[in-house]
Design a protein around this ligand. Structure first.
Ligand code: MN
Length: 330
């Protein structure tokens, strides 16, 4: 989905290993969500745990929005007009409901629960997302992965991947990105990352072997688990620093559903504003200028962001830039 804030904050994302991040001496942090409305009169809101002041990145993962279960009759569901992205991949992951995706490389896909829909924006793409009329409950997550500098200008493309669930240590696991326990996703990544859904029945302790070079996040969708011995509430994102070779998730009295994200620390500074990721203020200004020109031209097959076909409505103009220079934190 889009970052639909009308006044998006400048977010300068520094690699936490450069020392600008919070202390991770304990190797564990709880990242608490903040509510962000998606705009419109009956709009649903999302719970955002990345980025935030305390932490900007987990591996190359740079954006975590969690939403629902959302009663569409009350909230109005999801209607996100065509909007651009640069320098990132979007991961759409649903627990309930269906969303129609259209983009400017000609993809027209239905996003369904348990299926990865991965859009690589690269040098620039635009897409729309609309919950289908028969969807009564919408529930899922929207995640972004920053592309490394060397590959961030690749041509945009879109992939679908349906992981086969498997049982391990009493849990059901779906590996939708990267590799875990010998299960591989075929979706393309540009840095070493992992993404998986974990489902634990009540009374289950999952001892999950993980890559000790990775840092990890566990987003709790449902239940009241402990992660490495720490209680984690719904919509909180538990952070586990590099160095851990096992992450222990215990469900306790009720079942748990969670998402695992992780990756090798990116080791780069990025500048993130609205739906763009770049490396400098000037680059973000240029992305915005180019997008606004495309919006005024009502989409241009030869433009940077191409054209979304089949969406009934106008594209989303970019908000105003803040009156401060966007620059990476150092
Ligand atoms: Mn989007």
């Amino acid at each position: 989905m889009s970052n639909l804030e009308t006044k998006p904050e400048e977010v300068d994302l520094a690699d936490p290993s450069t020392g600008s991040g919070p202390s991770v001496s304990s190797g564990f942090e709880i990242l608490e969500p903040r509510d962000v409305p998606l705009g419109g009169p009956r709009a649903m809101s999302v719970r955002r745990t990345l980025p935030q002041r305390a932490r900007s990145l987990i591996g190359a993962w740079c954006f975590v929005d969690h939403y629902g279960p959302d009663i569409v009759a009350t909230s109005g569901g999801m209607t996100v007009p065509p909007h651009p992205h640069t320098g990132l991949q979007t991961v759409s992951w649903l627990f309930a409901g269906e969303i129609e995706h259209r983009d400017s490389v000609g993809s027209h896909a239905i996003v369904r629960p348990g299926e990865l829909n991965l859009m690589t924006a690269g040098r620039g793409i635009q897409h729309s997302e609309v919950s289908l009329p028969q969807t009564t409950v919408l529930h899922g997550a929207q995640l972004w992965i920053a592309l490394p500098d060397a590959t961030r200008n690749v041509e945009p493309f879109f992939e679908n991947f349906v992981p086969t669930p498997f049982e391990f240590s009493g849990a059901t696991i779906r590996v939708f990105l990267g590799a875990l326990l010998g299960h591989l996703s075929t979706a393309r990544t540009f840095s070493r990352v992992v993404g998986a859904q974990l489902d634990l029945p009540a009374g289950t302790t999952l001892e999950l072997p993980v890559d000790p070079q990775f840092e990890h996040g566990i987003l709790v969708d449902d239940g009241a688990p402990t992660v490495s011995g720490h209680p984690v509430a719904k919509s909180e994102l538990a952070y586990v620093a590099p160095g851990a070779s096992t992450i222990t998730v215990a469900s306790g009295d009720v079942p748990v559903r969670a998402l695992l994200i992780g990756g090798e620390p990116l080791g780069e500074q990025i500048v993130m504003w609205w739906n763009f990721i770049g490396r400098s203020h000037e680059e973000i200004v240029e992305f915005r200028r180019t997008w606004q020109a495309d919006v005024i031209a009502d989409g241009d097959d030869n433009g940077t962001f191409g054209r979304v076909r089949g969406y009934d409505g106008s594209a989303l103009p970019a908000p105003e830039l803040p009156n401060v220079r966007l620059r990476p934190r150092d």
